[in-house]
Design a protein around this ligand. Structure first.
Ligand SMILES: [Zn+2]
Length: 384
């Protein structure tokens, strides 16, 4: 759609998409974002760690302190020739009469990065002496292993006593229509590597064997039993076995061990500790000899239905004219590193239908509406 004028939000989103910032690369995205805030005297701090770049830009002082959280990295595009429009070209195409922005990161989440940036710029331009602190934090390693990312920066914020009261993560939260969903929390994620140790031997002499494959099967069956029935805000905790290995390759040998990996997505009735102790109890009751290694990917968090939640709901109803659903579905996000600071954390961003897919795209109108929601939220937090 050459020759048509688009908003600063859409233009910034397009400029960000044109940078191939495949995780954990930033490729100058954060400098570009900062260039919009610099003329308004935002204070900045850059954190470099493990090849990851993080930008913190703040304006104002004291409470209320609201921080937007985003990421400049994207997942790889996959086969570029399968895209209808090149993944880093940021083409804007008319679909059924409405402009749509194509590209890797359009929805996850360079579109929101742009909307947050322009909302902050316009808010500070309009209210240069606003009460409280507003700002944003952008990492270049959300889609990768997260090393040197928000977990690292959260520790720095704590050391600097820069604890936000409120944090809004711009991750794509909506299902079919902008405004339909706010993510108010996330389930926890715990992985276990379990090695069941038996005694190897000839299959024809079962009395001489301890078969670790049978034992692993019995253990998995017990771990599949439900841990809870879910809470008010969360579905029941789930267990899935993801990998299993055992055997020497011979048909007449029982191996000496069986290894499997499994993962729990758990609600706020559980903790990593409660699940680990339950596993140990089951192992003991089955009289198994096991090596257990647990990896905690994140504890669950739930945002209280307090100021941030109420004001975001109001902002969405005012701008989008629909009532958002409060949801805890989906995977983890960087919000899990900010919530333990005692900050109210919510996620609200564009529709997630095409994220991480070929032909990722976002409605241009939605980006402008999103910018408006963010700006109304800033006004409600700082000025009401
Ligand atoms: Zn994302």
């Amino acid at each position: 759609m050459a020759g048509q004028n688009f908003s600063d939000t859409v233009n910034l989103a397009a400029r960000l998409i044109r940078r191939r910032s495949i995780t954990p690369l930033d490729e100058g995205c954060q400098d570009l974002i900062y260039s919009y805030l610099k003329p308004l005297n935002f204070r900045t701090e850059a954190f470099y760690q493990d090849g990851t770049v993080n930008l913190l830009a703040l304006h104002g002082k004291g409470s209320p302190f609201i921080l937007f959280l985003g990421h400049s990295d994207v997942v790889p595009p996959g086969a570029e020739d399968k895209w209808d429009h090149p993944p880093f070209a940021a083409d804007i195409i008319s679909v059924n009469g409405s402009p749509v922005l194509y590209g890797r990161g359009a929805a996850d989440m360079k579109g929101s990065d742009a909307a947050m940036t322009i909302a902050l710029r316009d808010f500070v331009q309009q209210y240069p002496n606003h009460p409280g602190t507003v700002g944003l934090l952008i990492t270049s390693n959300e889609e990768g292993d997260g090393a040197g990312g928000i977990k690292y920066v959260a520790e720095k914020l704590k050391n600097m006593s820069l604890i936000p009261d409120y944090c809004l993560v711009g991750e794509p939260s909506c299902a079919t229509q902008l405004g339909d969903t706010i993510k108010i929390g996330r389930r926890g994620s715990l992985t276990a590597h379990i090695t069941v140790k038996g005694r190897q031997g000839h299959v024809a002499y079962p009395e001489r064997l301890i078969n670790p494959l049978h034992q692993a099967a019995a253990l998995i069956a017990r771990l599949m039993e439900p841990l809870d029935e879910g809470s008010t805000d969360f579905p029941p905790t789930t267990f899935e076995c993801t990998n299993i290995k055992g055997g020497t390759g011979a048909e007449n040998v029982v191996p000496d061990e069986c290894w499997f990996m499994c993962n729990w997505r758990f609600n706020n009735l559980q903790s990593a500790e409660s699940i680990e102790s339950q596993v140990k109890k089951v192992v003991a009751s089955l009289h198994l000899n096991c090596d257990l290694k647990f990896v905690l990917n994140g504890e669950p968090f739930l945002c209280p239905r307090a100021e941030l939640c109420l004001k975001l709901q109001q902002a969405i109803e005012q701008v989008c004219k629909i009532k958002p659903v409060l949801s805890t579905a989906g995977g983890t996000s960087d919000g899990r590193f900010i919530a333990p600071l005692g900050t109210q954390v919510l996620e609200f961003g564009p529709c997630s239908a095409t994220i991480h897919q070929i032909n990722e795209r976002v409605s241009v109108t939605d980006l402008d509406t999103l910018r408006q929601v963010y700006q109304v939220l800033l006004e409600k937090i700082c000025l009401d």
